[in-house]
Design a protein around this ligand. Structure first.
Ligand code: NAD
Length: 251
């Protein structure tokens, strides 16, 4: 029975957020901390992770490249307890299949798929011990075609498949869910505009907003609120769900 009068409390729980230093991951670190969790910010960008951690009571930082199998195993071997794993780190690529080099394809998969696999495998014993849960960050691109997102879409398809498979494998022991965001206003999108449209930033931003059915991008805070729900005890009956949060994109 849930006795907290205030919903979605995570007091006494430990959560690890990959890619927690900026964007959606940083908003998740803030949201989970405000709800009482001790957050481990795991990110390549140690300086940014430390700056965030300074704001968040009870938080700590692991400098981690999720695509480095040995580093992932070593990092998790040093974690005594884990209740919530937020598998959020990911990278993008704007390219059609013809434009995608073999090197780029493997780079996207090394981080988004292999890295997520390494982190998940290393976390499972801790999550079994705590009857914990996992929330992945998927993408609408996993299930709907978007131009020039070949490798990225394929990698996010793997994330959606992992969510379903793990939910069945560990049903009753570890809950496993995913959020599937539409375009979200983070440095991920800023980076895309700066790289491909540096001479027309405002025009492209307006076009991206106009492309969304609701006329604007999602915010990292909106993504974090849904992740908080899925990670909370209130979502105890939710597993194997991939929840779209996309301003109507999938409609
Ligand atoms: N922003 C969007 O429009 C959008 C939409 C759908 C899904 N997503 C997904 O949401 C997740 C977060 O996206 P975001 O927009 O916040 O991205 P972002 O680029 O703003 O932040 C990603 C964070 O992940 C870290 N990171 C990257 N590679 C890493 C690695 N190998 N090991 C550890 N950390 C690493 C980066 O340092 C950064 O702090 C990604 O999985 C992305 O695919 C984003």
């Amino acid at each position: 029975m849930i006795t907290n009068k205030e919903p979605f409390r995570l007091d006494g729980l430990t959560a690890l957020v990959t890619g927690g230093a900026q964007g959606i991951g940083a908003a998740v670190c803030r949201r989970l901390t405000w709800s009482g969790a001790c957050v481990i910010i795991a990110d390549l960008d140690e300086a940014r992770a430390r700056a965030l951690s300074a704001e968040l009571p009870g938080s700590s930082v692991i400098r981690l490249d999720i695509s480095d199998e040995a580093a992932v195993n070593a990092a998790f071997a040093a974690i005594p307890k884990l209740d919530i794993l937020i598998n959020n780190a990911g990278i993008g690529l704007v390219a059609s299949v013809e434009e995608t080099t073999t090197e780029d394809f493997h780079r996207i998969f090394r981080v988004n798929v292999d890295g997520t696999f390494y982190v998940t495998r290393a976390a499972i014993p801790l999550l079994l011990a705590s009857a914990g849960n996992i929330v992945f960050t998927g993408s609408c691109a996993a299930v709907k075609g978007f131009r020039r997102r070949f490798a990225y879409s394929a990698s996010k398809g793997a994330i959606h498949a992992m969510t379903k498979q793990l939910a069945i494998e560990y049903a009753g022991r570890i809950r496993v869910n995913a959020i599937s965001p539409g375009t979200t206003d983070t440095p991920f999108v800023d980076g895309y505009i700066a790289k491909y449209h540096s001479h027309e930033v405002e025009k492209i931003r307006a076009e991206i907003n106009a492309r969304q059915p609701v006329g604007r991008l999602g915010t990292p805070e909106e993504m974090a609120a849904l992740i908080l729900y899925l990670a909370s005890r209130e979502a105890g009956y939710v597993t194997g769900s991939i929840v779209f949060i996309d301003g109507g994109t999938m409609a």
